[in-house]
Ligand binder design. Structure first.
Ligand code: LLP
Length: 436
């Protein structure tokens, strides 16, 4: 269950009124609920309890160091994809020996960093990468813990841009080639063939593709255990969330099964996968990102103008695609609700940002309570792939971020100063000291 709800018509995060955070920190503003983060982590942890397991939170979904610290305090490991992410984990007090490192283009420098800090595993995506890891490990006189990412060629039935487990995608090594790759990698003296990994895609709302992929890959995993003594199997992340979360008490908790529709819950996931995974006798890793962070965050924005042109009612807000790019990039749906309910009638609205692109929108033809200048709106389910995908497009400062814990709220990222946006740029001397 997430911790955003209405009390007396006012949107709250845990015990804190969203409007009071806006008074203090302005808009656009990301607000995260620590309880929601913890609850989601603990639900998965509990569902996997019958297995020797490690949850490696996919920090690409939300890598604020306070979020990392909150999850590290619960014992979480981290799925990282760059040297930068690994350094973030360390800066936040996370444990490198619970981290995996994925990605198709790891540099020698990144591999060296991962090995020096004692990574749990480098998840390799190609044979040249395995050779590169071996080379770096030889230089460091170490044995590098590695897993190969197997591409099971299973359709995840999700958005094309977030499907990763078919042969049209750049990720991993084709299922049929994996045994040969391990046999050849065995000859590389500085590799420790520690595990095997897969990840078929993101925002999967049905357990069936996970089950097909695990069913397909487990015989291979068993073989790799017998031949090379691998110790773990990472089943990746990808658990989808509900992008229309309930905000009223009395509405069904979103993870409960609704009649006729099976929502992907940690329990459904575990019920279907545990019987396949338990007989392997291996440590099982899970790399959930969105499931933990998605409904833990909202983006609050202020209405600047409302205009009617032609058939449309445009609500211009002060957040934009540079703050939350998902609608522009994937046509994603984010629920939009008023921070204070007015009870005014709903009218069909397009909610748009101020950036000079037609793609800069948050909703099209959406029935919304009539709003006016200065009203606050909250975009829900913005905790995953929100702030982390932000940019400075149109020289717009990155928004502030707040973490709420019960009745406490802490600023976990201050609003970027405009001058900082060009702070690393410079004008070469031949252009003169000032414009003439
Ligand atoms: N493990 C690996 C190797 C991944 O590539 C990913 C996500 C995850 C785990 C975590 O997936 P999750 O549990 O969050 O679905 N920006 C897109 C999502 C990109 C996902 C990339 N990889 C979006 O906003 O929907």
């Amino acid at each position: 269950m997430h911790e955003f709800h209405y009390a007396d018509g006012e949107l709250r995060c845990e015990q804190v009124a969203v409007a009071s955070l806006v008074r203090k920190h302005g808009t656009p503003l990301y607000i995260y609920s620590q309880k929601t983060l913890s609850d989601h982590y603990l639900k998965l942890d509990h569902a996997l309890a019958p297995l020797d397991h490690l949850i490696c939170y996919a920090m690409k979904s939300n890598s604020n160091i306070a979020v990392i610290r909150a999850l590290a305090n619960l014992g979480s490991g981290f799925d990282t994809v760059s040297g930068g992410e690994l350094q973030r984990v360390l800066a936040a007090g996370g444990d490198a020996s619970k981290c995996v490192f994925a990605g198709v283009g790891k540099t020698e420098g990144e591999i060296e960093l991962a090995l020096r800090v004692g990574i749990f595993s480098l998840n390799a995506e190609s044979e040249p990468e395995l050779r590169r890891i071996d080379k770096v490990a030889r230089r460091l006189r170490m044995k590098a813990p590695v897993a190969v990412r197997v591409n099971p060629n299973v359709d995840a039935h999700t958005h094309a841009k977030i499907t990763t487990g078919t042969y049209d995608n750049k990720f991993g090594i084709a299922f049929e080639e994996v045994e040969g790759v391990y046999a050849r990698a065995r000859k590389l003296k500085n590799l420790w063939l520690k595990g095997v990994q897969m990840h078929i895609g993101s925002q999967l709302t049905d357990v069936a593709p996970f089950e097909s992929a695990v069913r397909k890959v487990t015989p291979l995993v068993q073989q790799l255990k017998a031949d090379h003594g691998i110790q773990f199997f990472s089943v990746g992340g990808g658990l989808g969330i509900v992008y229309k979360p309930a905000l009223e008490s009395g509405q069904a908790a979103w993870w409960k099964k609704t009649p006729g529709k099976q929502i992907l819950t940690p329990q459904t996931y575990a019920d279907r996968l545990l019987p396949l995974l338990r007989p392997l006798g291996l440590k099982i890793l899970l790399e959930p990102g969105r499931f933990i962070s998605g409904n833990s965050g909202i983006l609050v924005t202020r209405v600047e103008f409302v205009k009617k042109t032609g058939a449309k009612n445009f609500v211009s807000v002060d957040a934009a695609m540079n703050d939350l790019i998902r609608p522009a990039f994937y046509d994603s749906y984010h629920e939009i609700v008023p921070v204070r309910k007015s009870g005014r009638k709903k009218i069909s609205s397009d909610v748009v940002g101020p950036i000079c692109e037609s793609g800069d929108f948050f909703a099209k033809d959406r029935p919304l309570e009539k709003v006016g200048e200065g009203d606050l709106l909250a975009l829900l389910s913005a905790g995953a792939y929100g702030s982390v995908m932000g940019s400075n497009y149109n020289t717009r400062a990155l928004p502030a971020e707040v973490l709420v814990h019960g009745s406490k709220a802490g600023l976990v990222r201050k609003r970027q100063e405009i001058k900082a946006i060009w702070g690393d740029e410079s004008i070469p001397p031949w252009l003169g000291s000032s414009a003439s």
